[in-house]
Design a protein around this ligand. Structure first.
Ligand code: HEM
Length: 395
């Protein structure tokens, strides 16, 4: 007795086609001759269906709950996305957990080197958290690792942790107005082992070291700058522990280009105690600046890329999405994963009041020009007196 089922076939051209051979009844096979005849019939039917097949990216599958997706296996993710929004992201906020979840996508994925090992975006930071959260570069990451582990346990999440981390990151980013809608590919196997230590860049590393580390993991300098744009929705808890939640730009709730502008402004103060490893002076009270961000904005290999995003929201979105697409599948073969991007909510655009600007009470001369081939874009300062940037509240 045989029952034929729906199968997805993948062809070398990179296009998926779906072959559905479904029977309502079991097939009874009385003899070898009948079996041969049946196989011929099935193959003939398959040939017809292949000829009429539609590429996967054009497919629309209706889930039982009414969601439409390109692949049936993605249906299980829609309720999980809703739970993430309500129970991890405080009803869909671009707040602390969304920021931390984005950071976690990086700290899991970058744990990969062709020579030193590590499985990349495999969830090892969750499964082997006792080992990986102890790495120096993972300071403060234990909060979101614990939160995601608890979420997975309390919501009976059955998808693998590598998938879960990248899904949570993409959903969290979607809560930040101005963000691109990130790709989400589904199907990472469980991790085999913990990542080796010393693969995650530190804010006090030199640009040589940072670029070499990213290059080892497959990223060029332009992609590094695009990825670092994530610090537009970010704050630090551990650089200066006296001022937890201190953001890297003045708009940590918006996925805008302010981080590229404000990191390029002359640093004049430490928002807290100062003298901390990996920290340099920032341009405004309440804002913290990483040494690595500061140097990437000023190094001849990266300064022009950094500057290019300062007033180019669309370019930043495109470059960030492309770099994240690559980062999220480090250690995996893209062709072994299923595209479930349509489960990711569509982010709001930036509010009409947002837009690239200098901080209040500052002038164009406060920008430290570093790109040798093009001037920094001319920007107006926000009206009003100099202000202080508020911390990102804990939730
Ligand atoms: C040279 C590379 C990088 C360095 C040195 C670096 C360093 C840091 C540091 C020191 C913090 C503050 C952690 C704390 O004290 O709480 C931080 C936060 C953050 N990083 Fe990075 N980072 C890098 C690249 C990235 C990348 C590639 C991403 C994502 C794609 C990312 C996303 C974030 C986010 C979202 C936060 C904020 C977390 C929060 O608000 O809790 N970073 N990063």
């Amino acid at each position: 007795m045989y029952t034929a089922e729906a199968k997805n076939l993948r062809y070398k051209e990179g296009k998926d086609i779906e072959l559905k051979i479904q029977t309502n009844r079991p097939l009874l096979l009385p003899s070898a001759m009948a079996l041969t005849g049946l196989l011929c019939a099935v193959l003939a039917l398959a040939a017809v269906q292949i000829a009429n097949a539609v590429p996967q990216h054009n497919k629309r599958f209706a889930c039982a709950d009414g969601h439409i997706t390109s692949n049936e296996v993605c249906c299980q993710l829609f309720p999980l996305v809703d739970q993430l929004q309500s129970d991890l992201f405080d009803g869909g906020e671009c707040g602390e957990e969304a920021h931390e979840s984005l950071r976690l996508t990086f700290h899991d994925a970058i744990g990969f080197s062709p020579t030193k090992g590590g499985g990349g975006a495999d969830g090892s930071i969750i499964v082997f958290s006792d080992i990986e959260t102890a790495f120096h570069a993972n300071g403060g990451i234990d909060d979101i690792v614990d939160a995601q582990k608890q979420f997975m346990a309390s919501h009976n999440v059955t998808i693998n942790p590598g998938d879960f981390i990248q899904l949570a990151g993409a959903v969290g980013v979607s809560n930040c107005p101005g963000a691109p809608r990130l790709e989400f590919l589904f199907g990472r196997p469980p991790p085999a082992a913990a990542s080796p230590d010393l693969l995650i860049p530190e804010p006090f590393d030199t640009i040589d070291t940072i670029l070499a580390r990213f290059s080892d993991a497959g990223f060029n300098a332009s992609e590094v700058v695009a990825l670092l744009g994530s610090h537009t929705v970010a704050a630090a808890d551990t650089i200066d522990t006296t001022i937890p939640g201190t953001p890297f730009d003045s708009t940590p709730g918006l996925f805008d280009t302010q981080v590229f502008i404000e990191v390029q402004m002359r640093g004049i103060l430490f928002p807290g105690t100062g003298g901390n490893q990996g920290e340099v002076e920032s341009p405004v009270p309440g804002e913290i600046r990483l040494q690595s961000d500061s140097e990437l904005a000023r190094d001849s290999r990266t300064a022009c890329d950094w500057q290019s995003f300062a007033n180019n929201q669309a370019g930043f979105q495109t470059a960030f999405r492309a770099a994240m697409q690559k980062m999220a599948i480090i250690g995996h073969d893209r062709n072994s994963l299923v595209d479930c991007s349509d489960v990711i909510p569509v982010p709001e655009p930036l509010p009409a009041t947002a837009g690239p600007h200098l901080l209040p009470d500052s002038v164009q001369g406060d920008i430290e020009q570093a790109c040798a081939t093009a001037p920094f874009p001319v920007l107006a300062a926000l009206p009003g007196p100099a202000t202080s940037v508020a911390p990102v509240p804990p939730s």
